[in-house]
Design a protein around this ligand. Structure first.
Ligand code: NAD
Length: 472
């Protein structure tokens, strides 16, 4: 981002234009969709622990209000600038449209390296940022709902909701002003694993499509597929876990200190514990160390899951990548040239814009929970369990046979909050995958799945604008 000639926002516009050619919308409407509707660039003073006053640079961008509220994370990073926040806000519009989350795109950023500040200073910065947003009507459950992003987490979201609620006394839906909150502060269960689980659901759906698998020379289904995961952080860990539980073989995992390989499969939790105990994933029992961490990206495998950083597959290593499917769990793991080369080689690239949308999908469920003021499952769990017990009792009486204890527990179980959140996420990822594939296969001119995803997003946002009508 230090390169002043590079514009992330222009990059997004280029991908948009590439896809817009495959739609029939009025040029003016397409221009409106691309534009960022509201940009709030702010500076505010905060007194630091040593008595000094520091001027903080921060942003909130609302890309589109075709659906409200706007939705998107808040990033704390040295690299934050207006162009980056605009690009990320527009990507949120398209991501929400693809997974049928009824929000417009938004994004926020504070230009700080959180490691250079004390917890008390971070709290003051976050609370002041929130009150600036309140003053300009840039936050609220019906206006704009932030979430965690790079450098922020549950703690910052708890500060935001507390500041908002204290400035808006009596606002009954105040908890819905931000998502990614701790469960004790109105958060929802199932948020932590949401992105990795969404990656798994999306790829499983792709692997269940016979025509797609045939084109790649792969068998249908996840079972037995060889998977390589880069990054053992939140997204990588959970992706590896759900692929393993789904019957795939996670043959290698890479972290920044190195990579480990075992053809029989690696258990991510055991590796995580090994790393915690030894400080490194290397020398994991049963696995071999790879010479360089980047070597993992070049292994023979069916599915490669980059879940760490952007631009990890680029023109230097792309000739050596052997995966048949690349699951973009991270944001922007492929450079545009690497993307083109792999697409030409018939590698299926499942794009980040929809594949890692599990987080925002579950954020939507959190917001709905906040507006309804009731935990998911509270109303129906006992009813379902009583009904299931009754049905099972009748079946056992009629047949004179008993099911096993483990079957009994499975059949009787009524849905908890986490069950419903996972179920809603599964439905969202399956529908989104099918919609994109249908668009791609209906038009042979569309070159890749990423363009098909953009076409889907553009069609939905444009339809929504068309339905709203353009005011004179
Ligand atoms: P994280 O910080 O929890 O994990 C990233 C991991 O990658 C860390 O363990 C880090 O040590 C490792 N890593 C760093 N450099 C590496 C290298 N060169 N090789 C191998 N591993 C390396 O972050 P996360 O939340 O898991 O996010 C990962 C990616 O997914 C990011 O691109 C993020 O933008 C994207 N994403 C995250 C979410 C979410 O809900 N967390 C949602 C959408 C997209």
């Amino acid at each position: 981002m230090s390169n002043t000639n590079y514009s992330f926002f222009q990059n997004v516009e280029t991908s948009f234009d590439k896809a817009a050619k495959f739609t029939k919308w009025d040029k003016g409407l397409l221009e409106q969709i691309k534009a960022c509707n509201s940009i709030y660039s702010m500076r505010f003073p905060v007194r630091m622990d040593d008595g000094r006053i520091e001027v903080i640079e921060a942003y909130r961008v609302q890309h589109s209000q075709h659906k409200t509220p706007c939705k998107g994370g808040i990033r704390f990073s040295d690299e934050v600038n207006q162009d980056e926040v605009m690009a990320l806000a527009s990507l949120m519009t398209y991501k929400c449209a693809i997974v049928n989350v009824p929000f417009g795109g938004g994004k926020g950023g504070i230009k700080i390296n959180p490691r250079n500040y004390s917890v008390y200073e971070l709290e003051k910065i976050t609370r002041r940022y929130t009150s600036e947003l309140v003053k300009k009507n840039f936050i609220g459950p019906g206006i704009d709902v932030p979430a965690p992003d790079y450098g922020t987490g549950e703690r910052e979201m708890a500060w935001i909701v507390d500041t908002y609620a204290s400035l808006k006394p009596g606002e009954i839906d105040a908890a819905g002003c931000v998502t990614g909150k701790p469960v004790t502060q109105g958060g929802v269960r199932g948020r932590k694993e949401a992105t990795g689980l969404g990656v798994f659901y999306g790829i499983r759906e792709v692997c269940n499509m016979p025509a797609v698998m045939e084109k790649l020379g792969l068998s249908v289904g996840i079972a037995g597929k060889k998977v390589v995961v880069q990054g053992l952080g939140n997204v990588g860990y959970h992706s590896a876990k759900f692929f393993r539980e789904g019957g795939a073989i996670v043959v290698a995992i890479a972290e920044y200190e190195g990579a480990v390989f075992n053809a029989e499969g690696i258990n991510e939790e055991a590796l995580f514990q090994h790393r915690k105990a030894t400080g490194s994933i290397l020398n994991f029992p049963g696995a071999i160390n790879l010479a360089k961490t980047g070597d993992a990206l070049e292994l023979e495998c069916d599915i490669l899951v980059p879940a760490a950083l952007e631009n990890v597959i680029n023109k230097d290593n792309v000739p050596k990548v052997k995966a048949k499917i690349i699951a973009e769990a991270a944001n922007g793991p492929l450079t545009p040239d690497a993307d083109e080369i792999l697409t030409a080689k018939n590698v299926l690239i499942v794009p980040d814009m929809y594949l890692n949308a599990g987080g925002v999908t579950v954020s939507y469920f959190e917001w709905l929970k906040n507006l309804s003021h009731v935990r998911y499952g509270r109303m129906e769990k006992r009813f379902t369990e009583n009904m299931n017990a009754h049905i099972l009792g009748q079946m056992e009486n009629l047949t004179g046979k008993k099911v096993t204890d483990s079957e009994r527990n499975f059949i009787l179980h009524g849905a908890d909050e986490v069950d419903l959140v996972h179920s809603g996420l599964e439905e969202s990822m399956i529908s989104a995958t099918r919609e994109i594939m249908d668009i791609w296969h209906a038009n042979p001119e569309i070159p890749d799945m990423r363009t098909a995803a953009y076409v889907n997003a553009i069609n939905k946002v444009a339809t929504s604008y068309a339905e709203l009508g353009i005011f004179p």
